[in-house]
Design a protein around this ligand. Structure first.
Ligand code: ATP
Length: 219
């Protein structure tokens, strides 16, 4: 007798993580718990070399994300976009991920509302849902209308309960979450002005920043 296959549930949260901070990590953990994911992967995006913060290489961004999730069993890091020599389109990343998964595995692409609204500008955006579900993070107090191009897609594909999305791909749902008031921009600014970022980033990330003297004005 063949054993029933258990589909894995994998989430993907892309970002520049320059540096990763507690806002990213709380949000990722809450999504992983709500959705009962087997794994939520933080996926650092490549950026054109001239756009990386001076003195902060993709390898440093990656090292910080790795150290941030080292003790969080639900969270992991996927470095595939940093191992390519140019920034990747999300559709390429999804195809590459899919090639490694079983056909029944469920893939959830986690996007903030702003990113979701920009979807119609993405390369081959209409194919994204062939490979994944989309989970849109929305603030509880938000009162926003999706752009015109997304209305038909939402009407056809959205599901009110994110935990009820079935199958490997194809649906859109919303997770209502209050983000912590922290951004990487704020962290870079604090460090550049010589201030502490303790408690805004995990201690291991703080230790990395200090050991490598990152984000300081003199860099
Ligand atoms: P920057 O300030 O440099 O623009 P950022 O802090 O917004 O950076 P990104 O790496 O651009 O961080 O974000 C990656 C993902 O995490 C995005 O989807 C973004 O919406 C989300 N995110 C950023 N900050 C928070 C936060 N405080 N809480 C929850 N999610 C966040």
């Amino acid at each position: 007798m063949t054993q029933a296959l258990t589909a894995r549930r994998i989430g993907i949260l892309g970002g520049t993580f320059d540096p990763v901070h507690i806002g990213h990590l709380r949000s990722a953990l809450e999504v992983a718990e709500l959705m009962q994911l087997d794994e939520l992967r933080l996926l650092p995006n490549a950026r054109p070399p001239h756009r990386d913060t001076p003195q902060v290489t993709p390898q440093s961004r990656l090292a910080m994300v790795r150290s941030a999730v080292a003790n969080a069993p639900q969270l992991s890091v996927d470095a595939r976009e940093l191992t390519r020599d140019k920034p990747s389109y999300t559709i390429d990343t999804l195809e590459s991920l899919r090639a490694e998964l079983a056909p029944e595995d469920q893939l959830f692409l986690v996007l903030g509302w702003d990113a979701f609204c920009g979807l119609p500008g993405w390369h081959r955006w209409e194919e994204l849902l062939q490979h994944c579900h989309i989970l849109v993070l929305q603030r509880p107090d938000a009162d926003v209308e999706p752009p015109f191009e997304l209305r038909n897609l939402l009407a056809a594909r959205s599901q009110s309960d994110p935990t009820a999305m079935s199958g490997p791909a194809g649906h859109i749902s919303f997770v209502w979450q209050t983000p912590l008031a922290v951004s990487a921009t704020q962290i870079r600014q604090l460090l550049a002005s010589g201030k502490s970022v303790r408690f805004l980033v995990p201690d291991a990330v703080l230790a990395y920043i200090e050991a490598h003297d990152l984000y300081r004005a003199s860099n």
